[in-house]
Design a protein around this ligand. Structure first.
Ligand code: G6Q
Length: 547
């Protein structure tokens, strides 16, 4: 039975090592080593990582890598890529990497090669997306499709939504995509006001095809379409489905030709690489979708084969462990300096928090150490005018990832240079800070009186020593985006493996679903059930009589 990581020798040594480094400022670490940037930077699959602004020395990395080795990370990684059932609570393989396996190799699940089926669905996606984009596949009245609406939630929404936003420069103005996830009727209702049923295609994206929100939206969309076109038969031409539940899609009335299969070895939050990415293929074309897969595959190959000291997912994962378990940080900010990545952190939030927000280990034991942190963030420069105050001068500190494409798809005036300058300045300010002497000198140079300086100086001090990574991309393309997403997927894997949790189940979302079902029944019955607690019962009564 695998020992908890806290019992491994490296864990204990890392605690001692942290005490060693606790009094050391990043300014000192930079002063002590002029080669620090070269030493702590690495490049792979089109991404460059500077991790020199971290509270580490070379021996820190060695100890963290020892921890990874002692927890059996290499074996676990090999098991994942080989299709072993590492999702043990659901007895499933975890093979999102097979969806982007471009190496021509076989991958076996229960003795059967999954690659022919993966290639078949990719071809089906190509035929369909090209047919819609070229106008060979038309709507019920003979008009071309102009608006694609993805109806899905969670993993069946966030990934494709994030990717479509990021890849907007590769889209065509005459084919738009929209994402409706919330069961709040406002989400679908607001969109339908703007759409023409004759030129709209709905994709019902649901792995299980049982998700309440998605089915509610799908049924309402269907009713709107049938009313608008005056024909039930139109459903066949205006609906497609992506699911592992082919019985469910047939019962909804979606013809087999418009049903795109995927498999139970693809987790929802890892599914944008499957036919769940159909909206991406429709929006930017199948060649670009293929390039997204290529980028992810390049990161997979890097993660599998590169030396641990040069392995991006390992380094990012281990840095996260370092802060979460040895410095006690509870949150981690992801700050893309790219408007196209404005939903990237939301996608990562699900990816990371649903995967590693666990408090029971793989052996079913209660966990006594910290696991997944809170992931949050917004794009720069917007965040600078909002929550960055807390990052710079709050009483807690938060490790940050800055993500920056070096070339813009929209080279307007000096905008991009300003964006770059702001991004680099923020990580510099977090790391360097401003001492009392520097603050005083600055105020003096502004001609302030000694009394004013005394009063203001404390407010102008920045502690600095606040760590961050900077990830550079030459440009946000399908290929670099694929590599970037896969980097974070594997980072989450590295951490889950060290924490000895199942990163691929999500039982934590079940209880709320069960209780919502009971409360929905109460709302339909017009009275709270006797078993409801006093608070819920009181709230149900209020909801029944909105006033
Ligand atoms: C992701 C989760 C969850 C899931 C949604 C939608 O890993 O399992 O976010 O993706 O609940 O589920 P369906 O695709 O089955 O509708």
């Amino acid at each position: 039975m695998q020992a908890p990581p806290t019992e491994l020798p490296a864990w204990q040594t890392l605690h001692t090592h942290q005490r060693d480094l606790a009094g050391c400022h990043l300014r000192e670490l930079f002063a002590a080593d002029p080669k620090r940037f070269e030493r702590f930077s690495v490049e792979a699959a089109g991404l460059f990582l500077d991790y020199s602004k971290h509270r580490i020395r070379e021996d820190t990395l060695t100890l963290l890598l020892e921890l990874a080795q002692q927890t059996g990370l290499n074996r676990h990684r090999a098991d994942m890529f080989a299709g072993a059932p590492i999702n043990t609570t659901e007895q499933r393989a975890v093979l999102h990497t097979a969806l982007r396996n471009r190496a021509g190799t076989s991958i076996l699940v229960d003795g059967i090669d999954v690659m022919p089926a993966v290639r078949r669905v990719l071809q089906q996606m190509r035929d369909f997306s090209e047919g819609i984009r070229d106008g060979r596949i038309l709507g019920h009245t003979g008009l071309a499709i102009r608006d694609v609406v993805n109806l899905g939630i969670g993993g069946s929404d966030l990934g494709p939504l994030m990717a479509c936003e990021a890849l907007e420069p590769y889209s065509r103005p005459d084919l738009r995509v929209h994402f409706v996830s919330n069961v709040d009727g406002a989400h679908l209702g607001r969109l339908l006001k703007r759409l023409d049923p004759r030129t709209t295609l709905f994709i019902v994206a649901s792995k299980t095809f049982t998700t309440q929100e998605t089915l509610a939206n799908a049924h309402s969309a269907r009713a709107w379409l049938v009313a608008g076109l005056g024909s039930e038969a139109a459903v066949a031409q205006h609906f497609a489905a992506v699911s592992t539940n082919l019985k469910g899609t047939a019962a909804f009335g979606i013809p087999d030709a418009h049903v795109f299969e995927f498999w139970d070895w693809v987790g929802g939050r890892y599914s944008l690489w499957s036919a769940i990415g159909l909206s991406i293929a429709l929006y930017v074309g199948m060649d670009n979708f293929d390039a997204l897969l290529d980028g992810a595959h390049a990161m997979d190959a890097h993660f599998r084969a590169s030396a641990p000291t040069h392995n991006l997912p390992m380094i990012l994962g281990l840095l996260g462990i370092w802060y979460r378990n040895f410095w006690g940080t509870a949150t981690h900010a992801v700050l893309p300096y790219d408007q196209g990545l404005h939903r990237f952190t939301a996608h990562l939030q699900q990816l990371d928090m649903e995967s590693n927000g666990k408090s029971v280990d793989l052996q079913g034991r209660s966990i006594t150490y910290e696991t997944g942190p809170v992931i949050w963030g917004e794009p720069g420069t917007n965040g600078q005018h909002a929550f960055f105050q807390h990052l710079h001068q709050g009483t807690d500190w938060t490790p940050c990832d800055f993500i920056l494409p070096l070339q813009s798809h929209y080279p307007l005036g000096d905008h991009h240079r300003m964006l770059v300058a702001n991004c680099l300045a923020q990580s510099q300010a977090l790391m360097w800070g401003k001492t009392q002497e520097e603050a005083r000198a600055e105020l003096q140079s502004q001609g302030m009186s000694p009394a004013e300086i005394e009063r203001l100086a404390p407010h102008k001090i920045f502690p600095g020593n606040r760590p961050s990574s900077t990830l550079l991309l030459s440009r946000l393309t399908p290929h670099t985006l694929g590599a970037l997403i896969a980097l974070y997927e594997h980072k989450v894997f590295v951490q889950g493996s060290i924490w000895n949790v199942n990163s691929f189940d999500q039982w934590g979302v079940e209880l709320g679903k069960q209780l919502a079902g009971r409360i929905l029944k109460d709302l339909r019955d017009g009275t709270p059930a006797a078993a409801q607690d006093a608070s819920t019962s009181g709230l149900i009564r209020r909801a029944l009589d909105p006033g």
